[in-house]
Design a protein around this ligand. Structure first.
Ligand SMILES: Nc1ncnc2c1ncn2[C@@H]1O[C@H](COP(=O)(O)OP(=O)(O)OP(=O)(O)O)[C@@H](O)[C@H]1O
Ligand SMILES: [Mg+2]
Length: 194
């Protein structure tokens, strides 16, 4: 025994408007995992840049991702499980996040750009302009087969997405028993088959 606490750390990923914040909140509500919004870990300079519609380059992202990994690692040391809403578009970004706590599971919300564009056009008071969607879609590197992750279709309802993520990751449900996912379901390729 190492005395290490046992925690779970989930990152809900996808392009802007995919539903990350909505679904991550839902997972937090249903499991009791502590929620965080990755956008809130950005420096002032990064926020100003995004407000101007200028995509962040990787040099601007590394310290942000480091801060997120550090936050998850710190919660792990406290024995606290977390769920983070974070775009995590590239494999290299996800690799950095995985350097935080001992285990990180990703939930990729994926679906047609038109659906996301329509949702974003309805959304008010958010600093990410819809023009960034194209650059995000171009940047997105889908999950690799070796990543601990599930792929979900963002056209499902929020309730369905939350329930699927909780079930397939085997997260503990508040006031209920943990569900155990089939090994194949933890593999992103498995969810691409009809
Ligand atoms: N499953 C869903 N079905 C219908 N509408 C949804 C669903 N999930 C999210 N939405 C709506 O889509 C919009 C975008 O959702 P949300 O803000 O959660 O996305 P996001 O990925 O966090 O975006 P951003 O990257 O800009 O932070 C919101 O208006 C939200 O209410
Ligand atoms: Mg969000």
């Amino acid at each position: 025994m190492t005395g290490e606490p046992s925690t779970r750390h989930v990152v809900v990923m996808g392009v802007s408007g995919a539903g990350k914040t909505t679904v991550a909140h839902g997972i937090a509500a249903s499991t009791g995992l502590t929620f965080a919004e990755a956008d809130e870990f950005h420096s002032e300079a990064n926020v100003t840049r995004m407000r101007a519609g200028v995509p962040l380059d990787d040099d601007a992202r590394w310290p942000w991702l480091r801060a997120l990994a550090d936050w998850m690692a710190a919660r792990h040391r406290e024995g606290v499980s977390t769920v983070l809403a974070c775009s995590a578009l590239k494999r290299s970004y996800r690799d950095l996040l995985r350097q935080g706590p001992p285990g990180v599971d990703f939930v990729h919300l994926d679906g047609p750009t038109e659906v996301i564009r329509e949702r974003m056009s309805l959304r008010a008071g958010h600093y990410m302009p819809p023009s960034l969607l194209d650059s995000q879609t171009a940047t997105l590197e889908p999950l690799w087969p070796d990543e601990r992750a599930v792929l979900l279709d963002l056209r499902l309802s929020t309730e369905e997405l939350v329930a699927e993520a909780v079930r397939r990751l085997g997260l503990p449900v508040r006031g209920g028993a943990a569900t155990v996912p089939a090994a194949a379901e933890r593999h992103p390729e498995a969810s691409r088959t009809p």
